[in-house]
Each structure stands twice: as C-alpha cells, then as structure tokens.
Design a protein around this ligand. Structure first.
Ligand code: NAP
Length: 311
C-alpha cells in the first residue's frame, strides 16, 4: 500500500512546540501533511530555538496569530494551560477547523477545552503514546510516533468526519490509532504511564534523602535498576505536575491497588515466602516478553543501549 502524499491540511497550528509539538512538525514535514506549519510558544528562547531548527513555516508568541486561518489546531503545551489557551483562541478559529490536543489525560482536557469550542469547529481529543524524558523544541524528531499508538477519545457529540481526518493525520505521522472512552483511557494510562512515573519520582527522591547512603554513592553505583528509574524521573516537572493534578481519580485508584500489592510483597519477604516472589517474578517476565512480541520495545539487552565505558 502506498501512503497518500498530498497535504491533508492547508495550515496547521501547533500551540506548544516542545518535544511533542516539534516532533509533530517533523513528522508532518516527512509525510507532506501540511502546506504551512505555524508554531506558538511563550518565550523568545523557545521561539529562537525552533527558528534555528527550522521545522515551522511561521512562529508566533501569540496563540491567536498562530491559529488564524488554520484548518487544524493542536494544543501541545502542558495540559494545565489548555483551558486558558482554548478560551483565547476561540474567537479566532476558522469555521470548520478541527481542534485537537496531545494531552496525557483526557477527561479533564475534555472538561476544560470543550466549553470554549465554538459551533462549527470540531474538537477531537487525542493522545499520542510516545515520548522521551527530554523536553523543548530541540528534543523532537520525525520518527517519534512510528509504530506507536495514538488514542483518540471522541465523545458521542464529536463530528465523525473530523475523527476520521484526525485518524488519517496520525496514521500518516507513523502511528497506529485506537478509539477509546476518555475515562477508560485515563485508567489505562494511569497504570501504564502515570503510576510508573510516580514510582520513579518517589524512588529517586527516597534514594536522594537516605541518610545512611550518600548522594555520591547513589550516583556512583547507579548502574543497576535504579538508573532506569532516574531516566523516567528526569521527565518534565511541569508536564507531570499537570498530569497528576488532572488524573487524580484514576491515579488514586491504581495507587491504592499498587499499595496493597506492595504490602503483600513486603509480607512475602518478611515471612520468607519464596514461592510467592518467584511466581510473581515469572508472571512479570512474561509481560515483558509480550511487549517485545507486540513490537513495542526492543529485545536487545539493556534496551539496546551501547555499552560505553567512561574513559
Ligand atoms: P515540552 O517539551 O515541555 O513543551 C511544552 C511547550 O509548550 C513548549 O514549547 C513551551 O514553550 C510551550 N508552552 C506554552 N504555554 C505554556 C505554558 N503555559 N506552560 C508551559 N509551557 C507552555 O512538553 P512536551 O513533552 O512536548 O508535552 C506537551 C504535551 O504533550 C503535554 O500536554 C503532555 O501531557 C503531552 N504528552 C507528552 C509526552 C511526553 O512523553 N513528553 C507524551 C505524550 C503526550 P514556552 O515555555 O516557551 O512557552
């Protein structure tokens, strides 16, 4: 099957040009998806970096300038800013335009954005499940979405044709697309993404605060499991603050379950229940294998990282 290479949109406005926004611009350029890509960020530093990389045709420090005449508008700032941004751009949206987003939480985004969307403009909430721990316009790259899932969470009121267009957009960016109810999305991502981040932030914080083990020992001996947690715990603080503030209910639900399971493990260790430990570790190993079989990670040891030695 050959991919369509015609532009899907005349003008696309990316409100937020960090890791996700800039990666979208690169992926759009690669697929020839837009005749004109406009970007918005607040700070001159971000705009200058974006300008020097050159992934946008126009850069703006005012969101209403970026969205003028745009056929597709994507909210790609941290989600705490979405409501205010939607309110600001609403009077400037082109009739028939599609507004979408990339927020990691969906119910709260629908709650904050939908009331500002004018009649005749279609809002299609979306979440590309792809990312790294890096942020900013220089962190983006065209392959970020290749082979990764993008979840769309339309409501029963969402225009079906607009959903189809956003589906086509993400497919041409390299993603596979799934449709899900927003509440279910928040629970699924609560366990697969938000809780692991919380655990990573917590374990790295605990290690940093341990009185009996010095900070330099933590850093020096971090070649084991701890190092992988530090990668996750280096993720953008603003983005992740907003995720936890906006997916409170689902995170608290999975955190409650996690705490119970952790207590069971604590008991198994205390009472020397090797069978319980062995059984769990066998089950979890099989899950890792399924992720690799599904093509969502590499089977190479240590995630395929090069074995570099410090000189
Ligand atoms: P990022 O690299 O930190 O970029 C954020 C961008 O938004 C920057 O261009 C920033 O530039 C701009 N911005 C505009 N208004 C802002 C405001 N009020 N507060 C903060 N920044 C503002 O973030 P990202 O990783 O691309 O994440 C963007 C969105 O994608 C988030 O909603 C996140 O939930 C979602 N997402 C992230 C990942 C991931 O792994 N990172 C994955 C999937 C989805 P200025 O600071 O100059 O304004």
């Amino acid at each position: 099957m050959t991919m369509d290479s015609r532009p899907l949109f005349g003008k696309v406005a990316l409100l937020g040009i960090g890791l996700i926004g800039s990666s979208m611009a690169h992926a759009m350029r690669r697929a020839g998806l837009a005749a004109h890509i406009a970007g918005y960020a607040r700070s001159p530093e971000t705009l200058e970096k974006a300008n020097s990389i050159g992934f946008a045709d126009g850069l703006h420090d005012a969101p209403e300038m970026a969205v003028r005449e745009a056929d597709f508008v994507v909210l790609a700032t941290p989600i705490g800013a979405f409501g205010e941004l939607a309110k600001e751009i609403a009077p400037h949206l082109k009739p028939g335009a599609i507004v979408s987003d990339v927020g990691s939480v969906k119910s709260a985004v629908i709650r904050d954005v939908s009331p500002h969307i004018p009649a005749g403009v279609h809002f299609v909430p979306a979440h590309p499940i792809a990312g790294t721990e890096q942020s900013g316009p220089e962190a983006g790259f065209p392959e970020l979405f290749d082979g990764r899932w993008c979840v769309l969470t339309p409501t029963p009121e969402t225009n079906a044709q607009a959903v189809e267009t956003v589906k086509t957009f993400w497919r041409r960016c390299g993603s596979e697309v799934e449709i899900m109810d927003a509440k279910h999305h928040d629970l699924v991502l609560g366990i697969t993404s938000h809780l692991p981040h919380l655990i990573a932030y917590n374990i790295v914080g605990t290690a940093a605060d341990l009185e009996q083990v010095t900070q330099s020992e933590v850093i020096k001996f971090s070649a084991g499991g701890f190092r992988d947690f530090t990668r996750i715990a280096a993720s953008d603080p603003t983005m992740w603050r907003d995720v936890f503030l906006n997916n409170r209910e689902a995170v608290l639900e999975v955190l409650g379950r996690f705490t119970e399971d952790l207590t069971a493990l604590q008991r198994a260790i205390r009472w020397g229940d090797g069978e319980a430990l062995f059984n769990l570790f066998t089950r979890t190993r099989a899950i890792r294998r399924s992720i690799i079989e599904a093509g969502q990670d590499t089977p190479a040891p240590n995630f395929g990282r090069l074995r570099t030695r410090k000189p």
